[in-house]
Write a protein that binds this ligand. Sequence first.
Ligand code: DC
Length: 207
Amino acid sequence: MVIAIDGPAGAGKSTVARAVAEQLGFTYLDTGAMYRAVALAHAERGGEPAAVADQVQISVGERVLLDGRDVTAEIRTAEISKRASQVAADRGVRTALIAKQRAILQQGDWVAEGRDVGSVVAPDAAVKVFLTATEEERAKRRARDLGGADHASVMADLKRRDENDASADRTVLEPAPDATPVDTSGLTIDEVVGQIATLVTEAREIG
Ligand code: DC
């Protein structure tokens, strides 16, 4: 079974997806980490981003491995965040990573987090959730994650990423038509996880 958790940066996807996976005993897949790993490989090697995406071996779990090298910390820098958003706009990169993600999700029970999991990667996912939060709330969380960074610059950075993520010919910030929207502003993690667990129970009853 696949549970797709999509939404924009700062909506709380990672925290929620990890918690849902833990509660249900499913494996967590961070598709954003794969775009980040390609961005890092491309920064180091140059060339066509799509060719890099085709060539690299990416393993995402507790640690993120790029051709066997642990890049868990390296892919979280501001520089790589910016580059990830850029390489994610490349159609060839998306094609390569979507194929890798589909192969991973083919067997087992997964909570997969990203932008286009419910709409493109796994349109047959049993449960699809699209997390949102107000811009203010998203910036507040991001600043906290970054260890108390300046609120205004975090907000500006978020807006830039949203624009970049929604640019080119991509519609990755659009939810799948059958996704359940959940606004996480003002909700605790437990409340959001509880809502998703209810959707999973309903999906199991139907399926
Ligand atoms: O969720 P994140 O910040 O780790 O994602 C990194 C970048 O990758 C971000 O700019 C959005 C992009 N991304 C994407 O286009 N599609 C996905 N399924 C996941 C992430």
